[in-house]
Ligand binder design. Sequence first.
Ligand SMILES: NC(=O)c1ccc[n+]([C@@H]2O[C@H](COP(=O)([O-])OP(=O)(O)OC[C@H]3O[C@@H](n4cnc5c(N)ncnc54)[C@H](O)[C@@H]3O)[C@@H](O)[C@H]2O)c1
Ligand SMILES: [Zn+2]
Length: 374
Amino acid sequence: MSRRPAKPRLAVPRPRSVKVALGERSYSIRLGYGMLADLGEQVARTTGARRAVVITVPEVGRRYAGRVLRSLRAAGLKAERLDVPDGDATKNLKQLGELYTAFLARGLDRSSVVVALGGGVVGDLAGFAAATYLRGIPFVQVPTTVLAMVDASIGGKVAVNLPEGKNLVGAFHQPRLVWIDLEVLRSLPKRQRAAGFAEVVKAGALWDERFFAKLERDAEALMRLDPQRLLPTLQRACAIKAEVVARDEHESGLRMLLNLGHTLGHAVEKLAGYQDILHGEAVAMGMVYAGRRSEQLGVAPAGTAERLEELLRRCNLPTELPRHPRSAYLEALRVDKKSRDSRIRYIVLRRIGKAEALELTAARILPANWDRRG
Ligand SMILES: NC(=O)c1ccc[n+]([C@@H]2O[C@H](COP(=O)([O-])OP(=O)(O)OC[C@H]3O[C@@H](n4cnc5c(N)ncnc54)[C@H](O)[C@@H]3O)[C@@H](O)[C@H]2O)c1
Ligand SMILES: [Zn+2]
């Protein structure tokens, strides 16, 4: 009897690691394919925890929580799932209060671990709950969006929103482990994928010209989630964030460079009422504007913004600021409402691969003869 030859399996690249070097608070970011099955063992090893809660949203939990819970239980942990509603509005004080109540009801203590399974919303909320419950218990990030993988899950910034504004109550609480299974990106809606790539492009633009050039070669393959290209790309993006955070954990200087594209980006989000535009899309627009403004200020060579715009477009991202009057943008930019001359640390590009902060007034960022295409 002849056996049919085994179906050739698509080769997936082997897992890779990035270290976030923060002394005794150091941790690893591990990226690969099919990683969820091995999470439990790693969580047990890095935290020694006996009990875990997996915080997720229904959309993500439905697909992936089963694997995560099985893996945790196989490693000897008592593990349960806690769902929170989807959407940024879930990062609020009421939801936080409900998490504390659920933690108490399940008897979580300092030998327990909070596992955040989801995008940046879950990571920020679960992370802040872990940072504050019993003055802080261990937590592990299992990011499932591109944005959370390369940005939100790294660096320990955790927060909830207030009615008055986003991320106004928060803490620095580093995770014990960041565990990234790239397979989960297949179910992530394309628009969310693209938005996450804005932060990948940002990492190259502010830190590493060679990496940026690689993105220029691979953009279409990355949009298709080609594993051979995706793994090293996300690894490098994580490594850039890790390096910046390791040099400036509490955002006293260098870490500010990560705000490239975010000054205008936040204004765009605010003016849209945090609806219809994804964060990464707003950042893409803000970056192109920052590139153009850098050229006009004589800081960056001609062609810098063009390169950014072209790459972002190939990642299916918008590059032109929405039509609002200059006065609306100025209003949205002003941090100190009383002083017209207060300065904003605006991130400009010296060139692709090198960013720096300039202290500028809102009026200098958006000059009178401004053009929203920069
Ligand atoms: N802490 C930080 O340093 C930091 C940095 C950047 C952003 N953030 C925060 O991150 C949040 C944004 O994160 P986000 O962009 O990941 O948004 P998100 O968490 O809302 O996720 C986006 C959407 O994708 C869905 N989803 C997630 N993973 C999926 C998957 N694998 N398959 C199918 N659907 C999936 C979610 O249900 C959600 O609807 C904001 O609250 C922002 O403030 C924090
Ligand atoms: Zn961002």
